[in-house]
Design a protein around this ligand. Structure first.
Ligand code: NDP
Ligand code: MG
Length: 387
C-alpha cells in the first residue's frame, strides 16, 4: 500500500527535497496535498508533476494564478492559511510532513494530530513554541511524530530496538556554523551574505541564520526534550564541524550509539516518510575515502549567546520558549533586511524575553497572545536599535 502524504511547505528546502524522495519511490509514496506560501510558479510545476488531489496557496493574491493553471487538471486549489489547517484533515491523507517555517507550523500540526494523522515533523519551532501541548495531544490521540530534523532523526535511529532501555543522555552535534572560531570583535562585522553561507548544509534562510547564531541548536535542544521526553540536563551539545555524525545517544551502561551519513536532508526525510522501513537510496552516500578525520569541540557559548538563551528559556518553561521563538523570528528577518547586526540578534531576543508577560501554564490562546506580544515588543526594539 502506498503511503499518501501531505507536504506542507512543498516549495521550501525540505519540501523540495521531500519531493525528490517521493520521486525515488513512486511505488511507496503518493503526494496527496502540496502547500506553499507565495511561490505560485513552483507550486504549479510541482502540482503538474506529482498530480496531488489538492494544493493550497496561503497568499490570497496568488490564488487566481494557481487556480487558472490547475483547473484543467482536476486538482483542487484552496487559498489562505486557514485552508492549510483544514486540509490536513482530509480522509485520504495518511501522513503530514510539516515543512513550514517558524510559528506557521503550529496550528496545522495540531489539527493534523487531532485528525489522527501520522506526523513527519521538520518544523522544530512547533515543539519549541508549544512542545508540551503538542506532545500531550499526540499521546492522547495515539499519533506518532517522526522527526525529520537530522539530529533528532539520528537519535530516533539510535533508539531503534532500544525503546525499553533508559537513555542516560543524548549528545546533539552542531557544525558550529560559518562563524565557528570567530571572536566578539570579528563577529561585530560579519555580514548577511557570510551568515547565509553555511559550510555543510544548504537550507532555507531562517534555519541558516539560526545555525550561524547557534539558536538552531538551542531550538533543537528544546525540540529533543519534547520528542524524546528528556530532562534538559540529559541533553548535551558538541560541535562536530564535519557534520557526518548527526547525533548520539548514551545508555545507562555507558555505551554511546551514533548515526552517521552525509549532510543531506534527503536521508532523514526518507527515513521519516517510510519508517520503519529503510528503502534503498540513489542519493550520494558517505565514504571514508572523503573524510578521514572527525573532530569535536565544545560550543563557544560566550560569543554565541543564543544557545544559553534557549537553555534559559526552557529552564523557565511556560510560554518563555514561545516568546523566545517569536523574538528570534523577528530578529532573523530584521537581520536579513540588514536592519540589525549579527550580535544584535541575541541582544534583541534577551530583551524581548525580559519584557514579555510570563505565563506558567499556557493554553493555545496564551501561546497565540505571547507570540503576538513578543513580535510587537521585538519590532519596537528594532526601531530603537536603528535610531
Ligand atoms: P524554507 O524557508 O525553505 O521553506 C518554507 C516553506 O514554508 C515554503 O514552502 C514556504 O512557502 C512555506 N511558508 C513559509 N511561511 C509560510 C506561512 N506563513 N504560511 C504558509 N506557508 C509558509 O524552510 P526550510 O525548508 O529550510 O525549513 C522548514 C522547517 O524545517 C523549518 O522549521 C526548519 O527549521 C526545519 N529544518 C530545515 C532544514 C533544512 O535543511 N532546510 C533542516 C532541519 C530542519 P514559499 O516558498 O511560497 O514561501
Ligand atoms: Mg538540525
Amino acid at each position: 500500500m502506498k503511503r499518501r502524504i501531505a507536504i506542507l511547505g512543498s516549495t521550501g528546502s525540505i519540501g523540495t527535497q521531500a519531493l525528490e524522495v517521493v520521486k525515488q519511490h513512486p511505488d511507496k509514496l503518493d503526494v496527496e496535498v502540496l502547500t506553499a506560501h507565495s511561490n505560485a510558479p513552483l507550486l504549479i510545476r510541482q502540482a503538474l508533476e506529482f498530480m496531488p488531489n489538492a494544493v493550497v496557496i496561503a497568499k490570497e493574491s496568488m490564488y487566481e494564478r494557481v487556480f487558472e493553471a490547475l483547473d484543467p487538471y482536476d486538482i483542487k486549489v484552496y487559498r489562505g492559511s486557514a485552508s492549510i489547517e483544514q486540509i490536513v484533515e482530509m480522509d485520504s491523507i495518511d501522513m503530514v510532513l510539516v515543512a513550514l517555517v517558524g510559528w506557521s507550523g503550529l496550528k496545522p500540526t495540531l489539527r493534523a494530530i487531532e485528525a489522527g494523522k501520522t506526523i513527519a515533523l521538520a518544523n522544530k519551532e512547533t515543539l519549541v513554541v508549544a512542545g508540551e501541548l503538542v506532545t500531550k495531544l499526540a499521546r492522547d490521540k495515539g499519533v506518532n511524530i517522526y522527526p525529520v530534523d537530522s539530529e533528532h532523526s539520528a537519535i530516533f535511529q539510535c533508539l531503534a530496538g532500544e525503546f525499553h532501555n533508559p537513555v542516560e543522555k543524548i549528545i546533539l552535534t552542531a557544525s558550529g556554523g560559518p562563524f565557528r572560531g570567530k571572536n566578539h570583535e570579528e563577529l561585530l562585522h560579519v555580514t548577511k551574505a557570510q551568515a547565509l553561507k553555511h559550510p555543510n548544509w544548504n537550507m532555507g534562510c531562517k534555519v541558516t541564520i539560526d545555525s550561524a547564531t547557534l539558536m538552531n541548536k538551542g531550538l533543537e535542544v528544546i525540540e529533543a526534550k519534547w520528542l524524546f521526553n528528556l530532562e534538559i540536563p540529559q541533553i548535551e551539545v558538541v560541535v562536530h564541524p564535519q557534520s557526518i555524525i548527526h547525533s548520539m545517544v548514551q545508555f545507562a551502561d555507558g555505551s554511546i550509539k551514533a548515526q552517521m551519513g552525509l549532510p543531506d536532508m534527503r536521508l532523514p526525510i526518507q527515513y521519516a516518510l517510510t519508517y520503519p522501513t529503510r528503502l534503498p537510496s540513489q542519493f550520494p552516500k558517505f565514504s571514508f575515502d572523503d573524510c578521514l578525520q572527525f573532530t569535536f569541540e565544545k560550543p563557544d557559548k560566550e560569543n554565541f549567546k543564543c544557545l544559553n538563551i534557549a537553555y534559559e528559556a526552557i529552564r523557565l518553561g511556560g510560554n518563555m520558549p514561545c516568546i523566545m521563538n517569536a523574538a528570534d523570528e523577528v530578529a532573523v528577518h530584521a537581520f536579513l533586511r540588514e536592519e540589525i547586526t549579527f550580535l544584535q540578534i541575541p541582544e534583541l531576543i534577551e530583551r524581548c524575553m525580559s519584557k514579555s508577560s510570563f505565563v506558567k501554564c499556557p493554553s493555545l490562546n496564551d501561546y497565540e497572545a505571547s507570540d503576538i506580544e513578543s513580535r510587537s515588543i521585538a519590532t519596537e526594539l528594532i526601531g530603537r536599535f536603528r535610531k
